[in-house]
Ligand binder design. Structure first.
Ligand SMILES: NC(=O)c1ccc[n+]([C@@H]2O[C@H](COP(=O)([O-])OP(=O)(O)OC[C@H]3O[C@@H](n4cnc5c(N)ncnc54)[C@H](O)[C@@H]3O)[C@@H](O)[C@H]2O)c1
Length: 378
């Protein structure tokens, strides 16, 4: 029996290609693992009415970790239009499987390291090394949404909230309500995870990102909990910034920042910005981490326009595999993988289209595998 059982979830579009290329690297590392395929993505929505079938949920209960490619998501009406004829009109509603997975398995930490590998022609500046902690289960992604707005909700909001008055005069289908729900527990644990990471990895500063001056209830709670957690880490510098301002400051002075922690939506936005500073979506990797399970993925989507063309850069997924190795405690393999990625980027011989080259997805996987340092343990 192998040491690890890894759920292998390629999903849709370029997700399949970048996962195949990553497998070349994992095989090169001789990770002692069984990779068990899991069905997820658009075809399963269209054919079965569920993009995240029960059998895949069961698989995730039985594995040590998962590696996920990407899925295609579409708005509710477009999704319903593509359902198989036999499934139409049954009240099925599309919800992103990755959002469901994060909530169902309480994968509350979204960890997104953004490191500029020297020599990457896409680096905004050499030397950037940021880590984003994004809350992953609540906030505007809680899934509590209404359109049309039911009259009982409108009546309650009208009775409880003065600013609601102008909206309450509208017909229910003339507006929509999405609830931003931040809890004390959810805020506390993501901020604590960010500080623990900073402490463990010798990081100097944690920046709390919010918009508490305007979104006073939910972001106010997040900021208050964050400041309380910060008191437990007196050796780590703490500051906070409004989410709009941090967009500007990160671009202006990226070296003033180190670890950033934010509620779900802001974390999603700033991590894309940080990923762009170190090469764009082909380099952005992500870990969805809970107490029992962790699912690693590139931050990009299925990029339908590139699907099937072997054009996509698999480095984001290869770096997601590095995060998985770290999480499994396979530090030596994780380091060898990072060394190989750094060597391929620095050499500049193999480059996918986004890096200005013509290499294929598979070329990149093979190039990284070829640069893996020989294990000192052999
Ligand atoms: N976690 C996920 O699975 C996830 C994340 C984002 C979007 N999506 C879904 O993916 C689909 C496409 O969304 P989108 O086009 O907005 O975003 P996307 O990330 O799929 O692609 C946007 C663009 O970024 C570039 N890009 C992305 N990945 C790249 C890679 N590995 N190498 C080189 N270039 C790359 C391409 O130019 C691409 O057209 C949608 O259905 C969306 O809902 C899924």
């Amino acid at each position: 029996m192998s040491k690890y059982r890894i759920a292998w979830l390629p999903g849709d579009g370029i997700g399949i290609e970048v996962m195949d290329a990553t497998r070349i690297v994992l095989d090169g590392l001789e990770l002692d693992a069984d990779y068990v395929h899991g069905d997820i993505g658009w075809d399963f929505w269209c054919g079965e009415g569920d993009a995240f079938p029960q059998r895949t949920i069961q698989l995730l209960k039985e594995v040590d970790a998962a590696l996920f490619g990407a899925i295609t998501s579409k708005p509710v009406k477009a999704a319903e239009a593509e359902l198989a004829a036999k499934l139409k009109g049954q009240g099925l509603t599309y919800r992103s499987p990755i959002v469901r997975m994060r909530q169902q398995f309480d994968l509350y930490v979204c960890l997104r390291p953004c490191k500029a590998y020297p020599g990457n022609p896409l680096n905004y500046k050499e030397g950037i090394d940021l880590v984003v902690f994004r809350e992953n289960t609540e906030d505007l992604y809680a899934g509590v949404e209404f359109h049309p707005v039911p009259p009982e909700l409108a009546a309650t909001l009208g009775a409880l909230s003065k600013p609601f008055a102008p909206f309450g005069r509208l017909a229910g289908d003339e507006y929509a309500v999405s609830c931003k729900i931040n809890t004390k527990k959810g805020s506390e644990r993501i901020v604590r995870a960010a500080f623990e990471f900073a402490k463990k990895h010798g990081r100097k500063k944690v920046t709390i990102v919010h918009k508490a001056n305007v979104v006073r209830a939910s972001d106010g709670l997040f900021l208050e909990e964050a400041r309380n957690v910060a008191k437990d880490f007196p050796d780590i510098q703490t500051d906070d910034a409004n989410v709009d301002a941090i967009g500007m400051w990160l671009l202006k002075n990226p070296f003033n920042y180190d670890v950033l922690v934010a509620p779900n939506l802001y974390g999603d936005v700033i991590s894309d910005l940080c990923a762009q500073m170190v090469g764009g979506l082909g380099f952005g990797c992500s870990g969805n981490i809970g107490e029992k399970l962790a699912v690693f993925e590139p931050t990009h989507g299925s990029a339908p326009k590139h699907a099937g063309k072997q054009k996509a850069n698999p480095i984001a997924t290869i770096l997601a595999a590095k995060m998985m190795l770290d999480w499994l405690g396979e530090k030596e393999k994780a380091e060898r993988l990072a060394t190989a990625v750094a060597a391929v980027i620095a050499e500049g011989r193999v480059r996918t289209y986004d890096m200005g080259g013509g290499s294929t997805t598979q070329d990149m996987g093979r190039a990284v595998a070829a640069k893996l340092p020989v294990s000192a343990r052999k």
